[in-house]
Design a protein around this ligand. Structure first.
Ligand SMILES: [Zn+2]
Length: 145
């Protein structure tokens, strides 16, 4: 704040902290300036918190939508990886990502069925990978590769 202030009533220069104007004697504590500033800030803050609340609400289902899509995508990918000859070691990673995202996606009411589908894909891929791994590791059985 600059020390150069002016009386709102007569316009003469006043010192900061002066209670009364030296020229016209008006009370400087009740300057008309702070009052409109305070009332102007209130609706601005109010609308700001309003827009914040509006913005926050729709981002929550969008976030779980991403988890649902990741669950299905990783579930399909895990199934493909589980039966692929060289990349099968990546299948459990994809399957676990799919299962975790599917569980998170269950909270999404609109896409709950898709989350369950992603979860089922992930579990199926994990079980398939484990069965194929046991067959190959302990029995030397390789089904189609
Ligand atoms: Zn004055």
């Amino acid at each position: 704040m600059s020390s150069e202030q002016y009386c709102p009533f007569c316009g003469s220069s006043i010192k900061e902290g002066d209670v009364f104007c030296n020229n016209c004697g008006a009370s400087l504590e009740e300057t008309p300036e702070p009052t409109p500033v305070a009332t102007a800030q209130q609706p601005t803050d109010f609308s700001y918190t309003n827009t914040q609340a509006v913005v926050v609400t729709p981002t929550k289902p969008r976030d779980t939508n991403i988890f649902v899509y990741v669950a299905i995508g990783c579930g399909i990918l895990a199934l493909i990886l589980a039966i692929s000859p060289f990349m099968s070691f990546l299948a459990p990673i994809c399957a676990i990502v799919s299962i975790v995202c599917g569980v998170i996606g269950l909270s999404n009411k609109l896409k709950r069925n898709m989350a369950i589908a992603g979860l089922a894909l992930g579990i199926t891929a994990l079980v398939l990978w484990i069965v194929l791994w046991i067959l190959a590791r302990f029995f030397g059985i390789r089904l189609w590769w």
